[in-house]
Design a protein around this ligand. Sequence first.
Ligand code: SF4
Length: 213
Amino acid sequence: MNSKLFSIYETLLAHYGELHWWPAKTPYEVIVGAVLTQNTAWSNVEKAMANFGANLSPEAVANASLPELADWIRPAGFFHQKAVYLKAVTAWFAGYGCNVPAVQCEPLKKVRSELLSTKGVGPETADSILLYAFGFPTFVVDAYTVRLCGRYPVDAGKGYAAVKAFFERNLPPSTAIYNGFHALIVVNAKEYCRKKPSCGSCPLGEKCGRYGL
Ligand code: SF4
């Protein structure tokens, strides 16, 4: 366990409290959100999700034509590509009968490998789906995680796999902690640790090497 890493988690948790991610009503909504949020802001994902109306289900997405699906998700950008990706990930889920416990019964490694073989699903999308839709203990790395590590600093290595392995090696293997920590990093990055950091009121403040520079 890396005490520096755990101290960041505890400090952020004490400041923001439990965030109860992901903002979705069903696991399938998490899957859709994880695909739509690629290369766009969450506010655009929300607009796209609203366009689904009563059609935010695997059955409706499977039955929709590609142009129809692309039209619903237009606000999220790259909508032609993302329509194809949504069809692909929905077909993967349908392979389990769209049954969440059926996915959860499988080994994490197997399900992760299947997702990574699905069109449009890279490591960040796969881990977001595994963690937030199905509760697998897998850490999600994103640009905010890498930024925080670079600034604090935490020597987590370079590249998705190395940073993910560092977090998993140095935190208790807990879905609740992985879920909460990733959410806390994102929220703090949007609030304070932006491209141009606003360190003055950041809860990590004086513990962070970048503070005051
Ligand atoms: S103190 Fe500044 S650089 Fe450090 S985490 Fe907070 S906002 Fe980012």
